[in-house]
Ligand binder design. Structure first.
Ligand code: DGL
Length: 259
């Protein structure tokens, strides 16, 4: 019976776990949140590689057959090292630039991600392959990870923090906005309210959509499991681990598993 390991700097990867549960409900999932070291976004690459290596060793020790690096920043920094050093398959996050570029009607897309992701060669490569005919407005979601780690998803304060970053992207006429950090989908409700107000105020005649790459990543996970002959179970269990205070992890998991 399959055991899927999943890790992130913190609680953000739960947005990927949520999708895994929808598609592969029979498989056991072991989730590791590195809350003690969150955020990864502005950390040194070698630090992230060391953490990714240690967490992967732990997950493999727990019996995982495959690992999802449910963190764009850790994928950009460490996935090639993990693939070279461990004998199992790793699935990484990929900012959905291709999907956004294919679907924009204004010709402008937004990419929200951490400093580490936007600076990485991996992202530059993706942008080079898929974003050439599109104008890309890139922004770090300054303060977003902290909001999610504090469980502050829809307060007036979170709206203020999110608006500071999102509004300038909307003003550039971006109509497809890539959520390039796994924490950001938890701010979706707040983002949608900001978008709605923006559309009303500016009478925009185009749709504006947020793009979460999790469904595509989970499709890839299912494909690789199939190719590797990893057999699915019937009733998957979820085990959550945190290197720090797991309070928000358990609380947020409660909200995603109740839906
Ligand atoms: N959730 C992570 C990502 O997808 C990392 C956020 C952070 O720790 O800065 O990039």
């Amino acid at each position: 019976m399959a055991k899927i390991g999943i890790f992130d700097s913190g609680v953000g990867g739960l947005s990927v776990l949520r999708e895994i549960r929808k598609v592969l409900p029979g498989d056991d999932c072991i989730y590791f949140a590195d809350n003690a070291n969150c955020p990864y976004g502005t950390r040194d690459r070698n630090f992230i590689i060391d953490r990714a290596r240690e967490i992967s060793r732990f997950l493999i020790g727990e019996g995982c057959d495959i690992i999802v690096v449910a963190c764009n920043t850790a994928t950009a920094a460490a996935i090639s090292t993990l693939r070279a050093e461990f004998p199992i398959k790793f699935i990484g996050m990929e900012p959905a630039v291709k999907l956004a570029a294919e679907n924009t009607s204004t010709g402008v897309i937004g990419v929200l991600a951490t400093t580490g992701t936007l600076a990485a060669d991996k992202y530059k490569d993706t942008k080079g392959r898929f974003g050439n005919d599109t104008r890309i407005v890139e922004r770090v979601g300054q303060g977003f990870v902290e909001l999610v780690e504090n469980g502050d998803l829809e307060s007036p304060h979170s709206r203020e923090v999110v608006g500071q970053v999102l509004l300038p992207i909307l003003e550039e006429k971006a109509d497809r906005i890539v959520l390039g950090c796994t924490h950001y989908p938890f701010l979706e409700a707040t983002m949608l309210k900001i978008i709605e107000d923006f559309r009303t105020k500016h009478h925009t005649d185009y749709e504006i959509e947020l793009i979460d790459p999790a469904p595509a990543v989970v499709r890839q996970l299912a494909k690789v499991m199939e190719a590797e002959g990893i057999r699915h179970g019937k009733e998957g269990k979820i085990i959550l681990h945190s290197s720090g205070d797991g309070t928000v992890l358990h609380k947020l998991y409660g909200t995603i598993s109740a839906k």
